[in-house]
Design a protein around this ligand. Structure first.
Ligand SMILES: Cc1cc2nc3c(=O)[nH]c(=O)nc-3n(C[C@H](O)[C@H](O)[C@H](O)COP(=O)(O)OP(=O)(O)OC[C@H]3O[C@@H](n4cnc5c(N)ncnc54)[C@H](O)[C@@H]3O)c2cc1C
Length: 304
């Protein structure tokens, strides 16, 4: 059986486009399918990426896509991959929403990212990426020395607030989980000047997407300019499960199991980016994609 593509890459963002670039430069015939909803689309600017600090994430991705499309062996499809399965001939078929004919490919590269499961607290969603933040390295500098909050949510340890205090005066909101503080952690927080607010958080106040304060159940509002949370994540869709890839539980959500060269437990299927590693950011996703792309190319040559 001949396949339409050497590789189909599902997800055309930091990981997928970085993988695709290696494959394009190896002159492989590839198709990148992308639904156009990268994880950091809520943020006006991306920070910390080599040479791109402060650039809007959608611009970074659009520029990378334009560079990729200069290579003639690349097809880019704006769309959503709904199903993927082995074709019994050493490759895979990938079905796209709204398209009758599935794509056929020798290899698959999964780079479809994760989504954040924000705590169910009034006012979170509309502030996400603006004044409700997940990563101090990505967005802490912009709110430095302002009134910072940390919302405790398992499995994140409460001493996360010790880190955030490096960016400014910090309040730890335990959200009713008073039992999580050991005497030792409490003492360390106090020594670092972190205020502790034990009450249940009932909502966020201010003119969204700005934040003015965190409302406690008893009606008090603690003035806060930026609130850090570490949400649990879930994968965008079920392609990895459909293909039979082993999935492990990471620190905040499921992670596709890969070896050092980003091969999943299913031969011929590679995974990169946020879906395939804990401790995620755009640089790491891009680097992961490069590794996966090169490994996938080598597998085509050496037939491994
Ligand atoms: C609010 C916020 C701000 C952030 N800011 C920064 C920052 O400043 N600096 C930094 O380094 N990191 C930042 N990050 C982290 C960064 O966004 C991620 O680490 C990075 O986007 C991961 O890249 P990825 O390619 O793995 O996945 P994503 O960027 O999430 O891309 C996945 C792509 O796959 C597509 N897709 C999903 N399912 C399918 C499917 N079935 N078919 C086709 N396409 C599909 C999606 O639409 C998306 O385009 C931020 C994260 C958040 C939440």
């Amino acid at each position: 059986m001949t396949h339409d593509y050497d590789a189909v890459v599902v997800g055309g963002s930091f990981a997928g486009l970085s993988a695709a670039m290696q494959l394009a430069r190896a002159r492989k015939k590839i198709c990148v399918v992308d639904a156009g909803a990268p994880r950091n689309r809520f943020a006006a600017q991306s920070h910390g990426f080599f040479g791109q600090d402060g650039v809007p994430p959608l611009k970074m991705i659009a520029d990378a896509r334009d560079k990729l499309l200069a290579y003639p062996s690349v097809t880019f499809v704006e769309g959503y991959a709904t199903d993927a399965k082995a074709d019994g001939a050493g490759g895979f078929t990938v079905s796209l929403q709204g398209r009758e004919a599935p794509l056929s490919t020798r290899r698959m590269l999964l780079a479809f990212g994760v989504q954040d499961q924000l705590p169910d607290i009034e006012g979170m969603r509309e502030r996400w990426g603006h004044s409700v933040l997940h990563c101090p390295y990505c967005h802490g500098y912009e709110v430095a020395d302002r009134k910072l909050g940390v919302l405790y949510a398992a499995p994140q340890p409460p001493d996360h607030a010790l880190l955030i205090a490096d960016w400014g005066p910090t309040t730890l909101f335990l959200n009713g989980n008073t039992g999580v503080l050991t005497d030792e952690v409490r003492a360390r927080l106090q020594a670092r000047g972190v205020s502790i607010e034990p009450g249940r958080v009932s909502g966020l106040e201010g003119n969204a997407p700005d934040l003015a304060g965190v409302r406690i159940g008893d009606g008090r509002v603690v003035p806060i300019d930026a609130l850090f949370v570490v949400p649990r994540t879930r994968m965008n869709g079920s392609l990895a499960e459909q293909l039979g890839c082993a999935i492990d539980e990471g620190p905040v959500g499921p992670v596709i199991r890969t070896d050092d060269f980003k091969t999943t437990t299913v031969p011929g299927v590679y995974a990169a980016g946020d879906i395939a590693m804990p401790f995620q950011n755009a640089t790491r996703a891009s680097s992961d994609g490069v590794l996966a792309g090169v490994a996938l190319h080598r597998s085509l040559v050496f037939d491994v």
